[in-house]
Design a protein around this ligand. Structure first.
Ligand code: CTP
Ligand code: MG
Length: 409
């Protein structure tokens, strides 16, 4: 017999989707991120949160696999978990989970297994915010500039201050959620998420801050993002460094890069094409300024280096220009909870003559980093060394990053 107290909260982890968009040859929840599946990571997060009944909704035919993952994640809390079989839609899968609730449960959280890296603190925060008459969802304020479009025409602006991107777990008072599901079943309407279904039954829903790590793994690029995040936390700086991050101090990083002249086509440097100038050689476009900046930023955030994220094992970046590298780097930093303060880069080389296009280059690089100031200076070396002999270009960059407290949990 279990000695655990009976919890008044349950977490339904819906994992019964097929993962059409991920297209990995198996139900999405059972696809590996690293040595562990998406479902296992999601359940690790759930069991690290406060005590709750845990109901895993598995794809039909994969209940045994789901049970294996549940047992591995639950440890001493195995008695709190069970597996049920999902339905053809997410809504039907949630309904199957609701049917398995224990009698004592008063608060129900519904969580996508596909949000595998959701911080346990987000689960606890949602559970704590549910009241007897209102639901709660975690959401992120929208940072992108949004447009309303029609075919290829931009029709008008959208005021992003009115928008937030919903995440899970979504939490509700049990009795009202069960009634709302019964009403949805009667009406035959499929809602986009549990909050929409709950609101359609006339109940209020509030939101609290979500987190970047709670993104949903939907496409192969999302799976890649999850892999990078896990790899980065494996190599994360030891606890002393981590506690400095928590204290909110900025961090600096240094990056250097050297490329020889001798590539194909025109030169790409500092985010610009330089027609008529000899090209640098290298994987991608050889833009040593961009590459040094990427290393400085990754180094500052403790996220490894350019080879790891953009090297030859990532053929999708072959031939890519600075804007692609820098935008992806900014995304990696945002995922890890960092804002970019500024970047300063200097290259040593006889050519190109840089000063006339400095402002243009700085604008391109800065835009790719979401507007963080990027400054670039150039110098010759008085004829000394390889850059003085005109054999190549050498770049040094430093970056300052700051923990984004609103994105950390
Ligand atoms: N889900 C479910 N039962 C379904 C459909 C979806 O339990 N019939 C779950 C998924 O397993 C996932 C969550 O709902 O954890 C969010 O759905 P989504 O990301 O759309 O996953 P899939 O439906 O599997 O993916 P796709 O839409 O690309 O097929
Ligand atoms: Mg789906």
């Amino acid at each position: 017999m279990s000695t655990l107290p009976v919890p008044d909260t349950a977490i339904i982890v819906v994992a019964a989707g097929s993962g059409t968009r991920l297209d990995a040859g198996a139900p999405k929840a059972l696809v590996g991120i690293d040595a562990h599946s998406i479902l296992r990571h999601a359940l690790d997060g759930v069991f690290a949160a406060a005590l709750a009944q845990v109901i895993v909704v598995a794809p039909a035919g994969y209940e045994g696999d789901a049970l294996t993952e549940l047992e591995a994640a639950a440890g001493g809390r195995r008695d709190l978990g069970r597996v049920v079989t999902g339905g053809a839609t997410r809504q039907q899968s949630v309904a199957a989970g609701l049917a398995a609730l224990w009698g004592d449960v008063r608060t129900v959280l519904v969580h996508d297994a596909a949000r595998a890296l959701t911080p346990p603190a987000q689960i606890d925060a949602v559970a704590a915010a549910v009241t007897a008459d209102a639901g709660v969802i975690p959401a992120l304020a929208v940072v992108d500039t949004l447009k309303r479009v029609d075919a290829d025409a931009v029709v008008g602006p959208v005021d992003r201050s009115e928008l937030a991107a919903a995440q899970t777990p979504q939490g509700f008072p049990r009795a009202l959620l069960e009634q709302a599901y019964a009403a949805a079943l009667d009406s035959g309407v499929e809602y986009t998420d549990d909050a929409a279904l709950f609101a359609a039954a006339g109940h209020p829903v509030r939101w609290i801050d979500g987190s970047a790590r709670a993104f949903k793994i939907t496409t192969p690029a999302d799976l890649d993002r999850a892999r990078h995040l896990l790899a980065a936390s494996d190599t994360a700086p030891a606890s002393a460094a981590a506690s400095i991050v928590r204290a909110g101090l900025p961090r600096v990083g240094l990056g250097t890069d050297v490329h020889a002249f001798g590539g194909e086509g025109d030169l790409w440097l500092a985010g610009l094409e330089w027609p008529g100038e000899p090209a640098l050689s290298g994987h991608s476009d050889g833009d040593a300024v961009a590459h040094a900046i990427v290393d400085a930023l990754l180094g500052a955030a403790g996220l490894g280096d350019i080879g790891e994220h953009f090297g030859t094992s990532h053929p999708e970046y072959a031939g890519a220009h600075a804007d692609v590298f820098l935008a992806r780097t900014r995304e990696l930093l945002a995922d890890a909870g960092f804002l970019i303060g500024n970047v300063s880069a200097q290259f040593q080389g006889n050519r190109p003559r840089f000063s006339a296009r400095r402002a243009e280059a700085e604008a391109v690089l800065s835009a790719a980093l979401g507007g963080a100031p990027v400054t670039v200076t150039a110098t010759t070396t008085d004829g000394l060394g390889f850059s003085g002999r005109g054999e190549g270009i050498s770049v040094t960059a430093i970056a300052l990053v700051v923990p984004d407290e609103s994105r950390r949990v």
